[in-house]
Design a protein. Structure first.
Length: 293
């Protein structure tokens, strides 16, 4: 059998990686996560740099490339170089610039400088989200919510504020909304009435909250649909999810913002609200009242 042709686009490679992720070796999984989360760097890095970042030997990077049909690292790197003008994320430039300022020792950054860098990084992250938003997945998520009678929302630790916003926003619909707060470590007990046909919105990012993983696994087992808001196709939340919305928030001085994630959550609600209004059909009595003099 002739060898399979290598992927010719970054998106195609990422889809192949996602579909084969569970069958990869431990080392290749490390490389797979790096490829997805640092695609902006791969076109510029050498194989030694990439191997060091992944904590593996260069030979493992070559094995990874060959596993997905490339002749070696250089051929795989070419698809990232070809798309670098579109894929290069401004947020990475902000990170590099801040680190250079600190490393240079040329005086301390003022509080206003830090604020400007953080805000600038957040703006860049929003621009990246706008470019990379996967429309079919977003549309699928909205459709699931449109047709759901009961929506569960779960997010722990850093993601809790996003879950709390979604709970607040979704309360403005006529759907039954359940926020899994996990108060008193009772997240499993709070899911007691979760059933097939319900929809769960789960929010979590690496290293992925254990409570959120348990909730999504329970939802899938009971026949509910999961909308995962996360940072990787290889995220444990993505397994079994009906729709996966990917978002990478900017990190400045070691602190990760929530700007892009919150923007995505707000966009999801606004799109849902728009659809619900379009689908709203007034009763005949209401229609007559609206047209009466």
């Amino acid at each position: 059998m002739p060898a399979a042709a290598p992927p010719r686009t970054i998106e195609r490679l990422l889809k192949d990686i996602s579909s084969e992720f569970e069958s990869l070796s431990k080392q290749l999984k490390l490389i797979a996560r790096y490829v997805e989360q640092h695609r902006d760097h791969i076109g510029l890095e050498g194989i030694q740099d990439m191997a060091e970042h992944c904590g593996v030997q260069p030979s493992a990077v070559i094995r990874f490339a060959k596993h997905f049909g490339f002749s070696g690292f250089s051929e795989m790197q070419k698809i990232f170089r070809d798309g670098i003008s579109r894929q290069l994320a401004p947020s990475r430039n902000y990170q590099a610039r801040i680190r250079e300022v600190i490393a240079s020792g040329q005086g301390e950054m003022s509080s206003a400088d830090i604020a400007r860098e953080f805000i600038g990084g957040s703006i860049a992250g929003m621009q990246e989200l706008q470019r990379s938003l996967h429309a079919p997945s977003f549309v699928k998520a909205v459709e699931l919510l449109v047709h759901a009678d009961c929506v569960w929302v779960v997010g722990s630790r850093r993601s809790f504020s996003v879950a709390a916003y979604l709970d607040y926003a979704l309360q403005h619909t006529d759907k039954r909304i359940q926020l899994v707060s996990a108060l008193g470590s009772m997240h499993e007990g709070q899911l007691r009435s979760l059933r097939a046909g319900d929809v769960m919105i789960a929010v979590s990012f690496t290293p992925y909250a254990e409570e959120t993983q348990i909730c999504t696994e329970t939802a899938v087992q009971r026949g509910a649909k999961v909308i995962a808001i996360t940072d990787s196709r290889m995220s444990p939340l993505a397994r079994g999810a009906s729709a996966v919305l990917l978002v990478q928030d900017n990190s400045t001085l070691g602190f990760r913002s929530l700007t892009s994630t919150m923007g995505l959550a707000q966009s999801l609600f606004i799109a849902l609200a728009y659809r619900l209004e379009l689908d709203y059909q007034p009763t005949q009595q209401q229609a007559l009242a609206q047209h009466s003099p």
